[in-house]
Design a protein. Structure first.
Length: 342
């Protein structure tokens, strides 16, 4: 299986094993379809970078692709069986080889990034385009801290940009403990936005620590009965509907979703409501490129954003990580240590 690009320069071939360890799956299904196996050593083309992966993550995106849910994803990933056997979107590691046309990275660079679509980060080695969603790591963080920096944040950033949120506005974040929600709270506060965050009792203090101005415990009170009105409501976990949240919005306010909703209603609403006066539903399409990763690096280095980490698992226990993520109880991110922690 070729995880990377076409060919690695011949002078860089020595020193690598013929096979590398990876988490693979050959069919769609539950976490148990994933197993640890040896795959072909990835090749690196003229404009590509070979990364020795030190840390990656298991997130909602990985789970959706692994199970092919919703079903229409198979139109992209393979109708009967998956085209990509090695999943994984986020990574942090060290550059071990570069293509002959690459000038932006050198061997030894500590890098991190996002690789949705091509995937392959659940492996010891990964080949990615040098002009892709990859950048040098933020200063002062470990591989395990950098790896979860992109998935949640780039979804949160897309919501912020799509709605044009400005300083002084009021925003409600539902699901403030997940990777997207915890990133959204921090990024909104960096813009001087007034943030109300919704979470459960156990995580009230953690969410306050992210900077939320007000925290609502959904296990104690119905957040949809809130008397406050908001410019934007961000559902970061896909567990509400526009109908439930509509009354919370000011005139012209926006509901941003991270899930299709019952009967895929959010897609229809995103098409129809912008044509009408009043409150709107918007789909935020995330930006996945080098500019995004560099911006995340700046956010982390400036202290405006730090990924929240719930648990860490070695690569050999990635099935357990999938099981945990699918409980819906994770706080922030679940990190996979491909290289054991020292």
């Amino acid at each position: 299986m070729q995880v990377g690009l076409a060919t690695r320069p011949a002078e860089q071939e020595s020193g690598y094993d013929a096979f590398v360890k990876a988490a693979v799956r050959s069919r769609y299904g539950p976490p148990e379809v994933v197993r640890i196996a040896e795959v072909d050593d990835p090749t690196v083309g003229n404009n590509a970078v070979l990364v020795r992966v030190h840390a990656t993550t298991v997130n909602r995106t990985d789970c959706a692709y692994r199970a092919a849910k919703p079903f229409f994803m198979r139109a992209v990933t393979g109708l009967v069986r998956p085209r990509r056997k090695v999943l994984g979107t986020e990574f942090a590691g060290v550059v071990e080889a570069v293509g002959e046309d690459v000038a932006s990275f050198v061997v030894g660079d500590r890098v991190f990034g996002y690789n949705e679509g091509a995937f392959g980060t659940h492996a010891e080695y990964l080949a990615v385009p040098a002009d892709g969603a990859i950048a040098t790591m933020p200063a002062g963080v470990t591989f395990g801290e950098a790896a979860p920096g992109t998935e949640g944040s780039h979804y949160a950033l897309s919501s912020i940009k799509k709605t044009g949120i400005k300083a002084g506005q009021d925003v409600l974040v539902y699901g403030a403990t997940g990777s997207i929600g915890s990133a959204a709270v921090q990024l909104l506060k960096s813009l001087d936005v007034t943030v109300t965050a919704v979470c459960d009792t156990a995580n009230l203090e953690m969410v306050r620590g992210l900077g939320a101005d007000r925290v609502v415990d959904y296990t104690v009170e119905d957040f949809t009965a809130d008397e406050q009105r908001y410019d934007v409501v961000i559902d970061a976990v896909g567990k509400t509907t526009f109908g439930q949240c509509r009354r919370l919005l000011r005139s012209g306010g926006v509901y941003v979703f991270s899930d299709l909703g019952p009967w895929w209603q959010n897609l229809a609403l995103a098409l129809v409501t912008p044509l009408l006066r009043g409150k709107k539903v918007q789909l935020a399409v995330p930006q996945q490129d080098q500019e995004m990763v560099r911006y995340v690096r700046e956010l982390i280095e400036s202290g405006r954003f730090r990924p929240v980490i719930d648990r860490r698992y070695p690569l050999d226990q990635i099935v357990d990580a999938y099981r945990y993520v699918e409980t819906g109880q994770k706080i922030g991110n679940v990190v996979i240590d491909v290289v054991p922690q020292t």
